[in-house]
Design a protein around this ligand. Structure first.
Ligand SMILES: NC(=O)c1ccc[n+]([C@@H]2O[C@H](COP(=O)([O-])OP(=O)(O)OC[C@H]3O[C@@H](n4cnc5c(N)ncnc54)[C@H](OP(=O)(O)O)[C@@H]3O)[C@@H](O)[C@H]2O)c1
Length: 258
């Protein structure tokens, strides 16, 4: 099957490409570094020609609400319109567990992303994932000020990007998972790791494994109206979620963090 992957070089996108190619599919990489821009539309029609399905794992450069909303809504419109013209049958979108309780920031941008995707003509499957094991490194680097890294106080059921990629590939290639054309309510599925983690604790273990003596400090942002949600478990999976390893500790022990 020919499958387009938007965001093919990203934290989860590179695993999506690897998993699909390992299963013998014809993968079209879509990212600016491979000549396809989902915002300007450069290379999009050529990339989607003959594709049956698109997996959307792209993300813009900024986590700021306004910039991220602009990115995701533009990307969704372009993928839907170019996909329709190219005869794409369905799309699989990665999102984030718990977003519909959030009102601000990147989470609100992801709500806009889901809505924009669902409002297009091509049927959509949404997989909401927990924060990736690989994302912890990014958070430590973003929060660093000298010898301290300030991270949001957060409970999260961290999951490996590879595990999410396998679930996205399953959704893209199993016709039984596709929503019926024209169905109003696309099924929203969840995937998370096997156990809930305290982000500060996980980040401290990650930094030590990397040989980094940085002190990790958990902070609440009083300016964020959703601050309490991060701390009280709104990002944790619901009872019907798929839970799949490795745990964060198993992932660290496997050397994958390097
Ligand atoms: N990170 C997490 O913990 C997490 C958890 C749950 C869900 N998610 C969701 O998973 C998705 C991917 O996240 P990620 O962390 O894997 O992202 P990432 O590592 O930042 O990768 C972003 C990808 O998007 C591509 N991209 C950016 N601008 C583009 C453009 N204009 N046209 C085409 N491609 C573009 C990038 O490639 P180029 O720079 O080469 O264009 C890259 O391949 C996002 O929707 C995110 O919300 C992430």
């Amino acid at each position: 099957m020919k499958i387009g992957v938007a965001g093919a070089t990203g934290r989860v996108g590179r695993h999506v490409v690897d998993v699909l190619e390992g299963r013998g599919h014809d993968v079209v990489r879509m990212s600016r570094s491979s000549g396809v821009d989902v915002i300007t539309g450069r290379g999009l029609a050529e990339a989607l020609a003959g594709a049956e399905c698109v997996i959307d794992v792209a993300s813009g450069p900024s986590p700021d609400q306004k910039a991220a909303t602009e990115f995701f809504t533009t990307e969704a419109r372009n993928l839907q319109e170019a996909g329709k013209r190219a005869g794409v049958q369905r799309m699989v979108v990665v999102s984030i567990i718990g977003i519909d309780r959030f009102t601000a920031g990147y989470m609100a941008a992801k709500v806009a992303h889901e809505r924009a995707m669902l409002s297009g003509p091509i049927p959509i499957s949404i997989l909401r994932a927990a924060q990736f094991h690989e994302f912890v490194a990014q958070l430590v680097d973003w929060g660093r000020q000298g010898d301290v890294s300030y991270l949001p106080k957060m409970r999260t059921q961290l999951v490996a990007a590879r595990t999410v990629a396998e679930a996205l590939a399953d959704l893209a290639t199993d016709p039984r998972s596709a929503p019926a054309p024209g169905s109003a309510a696309a099924p929203i599925l969840e995937i998370a790791g096997p156990r809930a983690e305290n982000l500060v604790d996980a980040a401290t273990r990650f930094a030590r494994r990397r040989g980094d003596r940085v002190r990790i400090e958990g902070v609440s942002n009083p300016a964020d109206p959703d601050s309490a949600l991060y701390e009280t478990g709104a990002l944790l999976p619901g009872p019907n979620a798929t839970l799949a390893g490795p745990t964060f500790q198993e992932w660290l022990d496997s050397g994958s963090a390097a």
